[in-house]
Design a protein around this ligand. Structure first.
Ligand SMILES: C[S@@+](CC[C@H](N)C(=O)[O-])C[C@H]1O[C@@H](n2cnc3c(N)ncnc32)[C@H](O)[C@@H]1O
Length: 245
C-alpha cells in the first residue's frame, strides 16, 4: 500500500503536475490542506475529501494528521495527502513521510509548484535577473518558538522570499534593515497567488510594515521586486484536464 504526498501547486488546476492529476482521479480518499483550491479538489471526483486545514494559531495538530494518514493508508488502496504548493517547502511533508514509514507504509512524494516560485512569477517579478539578483533565499518569518531573526540574510545581491511573514512584516523589515539592507530596497507582496483573488502590493522595505496586506502571501525583498513585467502568466485555470488523466 502506498500513500501519496502530492503537491497541489499554487491554485489553478492546470498548474498541477500530470502525475498529481492522475493520482487525484483514482484516489479513494484525499486528505487536504486549507490552501488547496476547489479547482484542484474538483479533479478528485470519486474520492472522499477530508479537510485537515490548520487554522493559524490553533495549536499543533500534526500528530493527529499523521495518525489519520496511517489509519487511512491501512484501509484504502489509494490515499492522497494533498498539500498546497510543494510538499517539501514548509509543508511538513518530511514529518508525514517519517510517520508513514515508521508505521510500515510505503510513501511516494509528488512535487508541486511552490508558491515561493509561482507567486513572484504570477506577479510579473523575476526572482533572478542579470545584474539585479545572483540568487534567491527562501525563508520563513515564523518559527516554532516565535519570530525568526532574518538579519544574517541581508544581502543586496540576493532576492529574499519570505513565507508566513504577513503578520511579522514589520519585524521582517526591521531585521533586514538592521542587517544592512537599504530602506529603499523594493518589496512586493503577492497575496493568494494563482487564485482569482490574487493581488500584488508594492513598496519599499521601510514601509513594508504599513502595507495593507493579508495572508496567505509571499513577500519578495530585493531589487527584482522593483521590476514589473506585468501579466506574464494566466491568473487562473485555462483548461480542465480530461477524465482520461
Ligand atoms: C505552510 S506554508 C506552505 C507552503 C507550500 N508548501 C508551498 O510550497 O507553497 C504557507 C505559506 O506559503 C505561502 N503561500 C502558500 N500559498 C500561497 C498563495 N497561493 N499565494 C501566496 N502565498 C502563498 C504563504 O506565505 C503562506 O503563509
Amino acid at each position: 500500500v502506498t500513500v501519496y504526498l502530492v503537491g497541489a501547486g499554487p491554485g489553478a488546476a492546470d498548474l498541477l503536475t500530470v502525475r498529481a492529476a492522475a493520482l487525484l482521479a483514482r484516489a479513494d480518499v484525499v486528505v487536504h490542506d486549507r490552501l488547496v483550491s476547489n479547482d484542484v479538489l474538483t479533479l478528485a471526483r470519486g474520492a472522499r475529501l477530508v479537510d485537515v486545514g490548520k487554522v493559524p494559531g490553533a495549536g499543533d495538530v500534526q500528530a493527529s494528521i499523521n495518525e489519520l494518514l496511517v489509519d487511512l493508508g491501512r484501509r484504502h488502496d489509494c490515499v492522497v495527502r494533498l498539500k498546497g504548493g510543494d510538499p517539501f517547502i514548509f509543508g511538513r511533508g518530511a514529518e508525514e513521510v517519517e510517520a508513514l514509514r515508521d508505521a510500515g507504509l510505503e510513501v511516494e512524494v509528488v512535487p508541486g509548484l511552490s508558491s515561493v516560485l509561482a507567486a513572484p512569477l504570477l506577479a510579473g517579478v523575476p526572482l533572478t535577473h542579470r545584474g539585479a539578483a545572483r540568487g534567491v533565499v527562501i525563508v520563513t518569518a515564523t518559527e516554532r518558538d516565535g519570530g525568526a531573526d532574518l538579519r544574517s540574510l541581508a544581502d543586496p545581491t540576493l532576492t529574499i522570499v519570505v513565507v508566513m511573514g504577513v503578520a511579522r512584516r514589520r519585524a521582517v523589515a526591521a531585521d533586514l534593515m538592521a542587517g544592512g539592507l537599504s530602506r529603499d530596497t523594493p518589496v512586493a507582496v503577492v497575496e493568494r497567488a494563482g487564485t482569482p483573488d490574487q493581488r500584488v502590493v508594492r513598496g519599499v522595505l521601510e514601509r513594508l510594515g504599513d502595507l495593507d496586506v493579508s495572508a496567505p502571501a509571499v513577500i519578495i525583498v530585493g531589487a527584482v521586486a522593483g521590476l514589473d513585467l506585468g501579466a506574464v502568466a494566466s491568473p487562473g485555470t485555462l483548461c480542465f484536464l480530461s477524465s482520461s488523466t
